[in-house]
Design a protein around this ligand. Structure first.
Ligand SMILES: [Fe+2]
Length: 485
């Protein structure tokens, strides 16, 4: 599409809607390695490495919009910092399904919330489209584009050229690999899981070497067909928090409902917590507590008494899924706001020792320094709304740092019409207690995306460097920082 046509399409779709909508109004435009102009500030000295981000780059085709934000085709942004210069590229993950849809220029597949066109019987037995759009995992020789409903796709980490599905020396096609792997900062081992649906539903556990090759697997049964998006590495344990959602199997088998629409909120089932020994993959404990829903955890660790402490973004129910579905319309209307909570549990007795709110602004995307994964948390960083209660039609406009000890908050509110994506933490190689935050910001007043760098523990002082991107980057989900080798 020509720039002029794209601008006209963006204006049409965004009319009367909040400014953030301009970032998702048209499919993202790919670009090859492009030097980024420094718009303000200075790139920190010795800042060397690559920021990778993933997210749904294409939400519409021939005027038809996908049914859920989770169903957009994955697009990867890479921003490489080297010798005081920044160079960026953006490429779609060339999945087989995307290529088939490109060839016909129409949507062909079902997905998380999407239903394939045509008669119901044509959907029977057809696997969903692997949209490869949720996160990335940077391995020594490749970049993985992750999606929790299937195997990851491998990409060239420099050119972002798609190499194809990657079984990591251990996955079969029916096994899934979630988009929230955890890397132990001490051993480099990577822990992850996949939820496997079928006559028996279970969580498949994986442990990989730093290379990504899976060398240990185990299965743990699930209480029902629920949705588990993230998990926690906490000292010696892996913790799974299974929300009281249950999938209605009949409409799924008959292909009359999407997965998203077939998930039922059943609060009477309670939240099930499963604690696993990370070295043996054996179950340590399993117990039930009050109902809530979470997509994401900030971090987890074992305290001095051997209890598990974990931070999570808590929702009272599953309305958050409806809000995320409505994002693609450009005007979400279902109230759904998550808050930062902290849970303390005794892994041996299964007792919930404490479960309380830490931050009362609507927020998401909690992250910590990758050097603290599974260990004591110094600070959590997250995106939040500057107003409480959260305006239902708005995206996050602020990033906060919440001190792990006393919950002191330092927050950066972006100018009106500017929206940050998830923050990514880049540790300072010369000073492990220090680091930087990187985020991609969309300015809806200017139709401009920028990469912004902050000093992590002083983010409220504003960006220390702002770099201009050549195209609008649609809002994405997750990313990572890979320091230069
Ligand atoms: Fe996620």
């Amino acid at each position: 599409m020509q720039t002029q046509d794209r601008d006209a399409a963006r204006n049409r779709f965004s009319e009367g809607k909040p400014l953030w909508v301009r970032a998702i109004a048209t499919p993202a435009t790919e670009f090859g390695p492009t030097p980024l102009p420094l718009l303000s500030g200075q790139i920190p000295e010795g800042f060397q490495g690559t920021l990778y981000r993933n997210g749904p780059g294409r939400l519409s085709r021939q005027g038809q919009t996908v049914d859920h934000w989770f169903d957009g085709d994955g697009g990867i942004l890479a921003v490489r910092f080297d010798a005081g210069e920044a160079t960026a590229s953006y490429r779609y993950v060339q999945t087989q399904e995307l290529q088939a849809e490109e060839a016909k220029d129409q949507f062909l597949y079902s997905g998380y919330g999407q239903m394939a066109p045509g008669p119901v019987w044509k959907r029977w037995g057809v696997p969903p489209k692997n949209v490869a759009n949720t996160s990335v995992l940077a391995l020594p020789d490749k970049l993985l584009a992750l999606w929790e409903g299937g195997n990851p796709h491998a990409l060239d980490p420099v050119t972002l050229e798609t190499q194809g599905l990657d079984a990591l020396s251990g996955l079969t096609p029916k096994l899934t690999y979630s988009a929230h792997p955890k890397r132990d900062p001490q051993t480099g081992n990577i822990y992850n899981f996949g939820v496997i649906f079928g006559p028996k539903t279970y969580i498949q556990l994986y442990c990989s070497h730093a290379s990504g090759a899976i060398d240990r697997q185990a299965s743990i049964p699930l209480p029902g067909l629920s949705l588990v998006h993230d998990f926690v590495l906490a000292g010696r344990y892996l913790v799974f928090v299974v929300p009281p959602l249950r999938l209605q199997m009949l409409p799924i088998m008959l292909a009359t409902k999407s997965l998203s629409d077939a998930l039922q909120w059943q609060p009477h089932q309670g939240t099930q917590i499963i604690v696993i020994d990370r070295d043996t993959f054996e179950e340590v404990n399993r117990f039930e507590t009050e109902p809530w829903f979470q997509w994401h955890f900030g971090n987890g660790y074992e305290d001095a008494a051997g209890n598990i402490v974990l931070d999570y973004i808590r929702y009272p129910d599953f309305q958050t899924n409806q809000w995320l579905k409505e994002v693609v319309t450009g005007y979400p209307q279902t109230p759904a706001s998550g808050e930062l909570w902290q849970l303390h549990i005794n892994p041996q007795t299964g007792q919930v020792l404490q479960n309380e709110q830490r931050f009362n602004f609507g927020c998401e995307f909690p992250i910590v320094s990758p050097l603290e994964t599974g260990q004591k948390t110094t600070a959590i960083y997250l995106n939040h709304h500057s107003h409480s209660p959260r305006p239902v039609e708005e995206m996050f406009d602020s990033i906060a740092r919440i001190d792990g000890k006393n919950a002191a908050v330092r927050s950066m509110a972006f100018p009106s019409g500017c929206y940050p994506m998830e923050a990514i933490y880049a540790p300072d190689p010369n000073s492990p207690d220090q680091g930087w935050l990187l985020t991609v910001v969309f300015d809806g007043n200017q139709d401009q995306s920028t990469v912004q760098i902050f000093t992590a523990n002083q983010l409220d002082l504003g960006p220390i460097a702002v770099l201009g991107l050549p195209e609008i980057i649609p809002f994405g989900f997750h990313g990572t920082w890979q320091a230069a080798m």
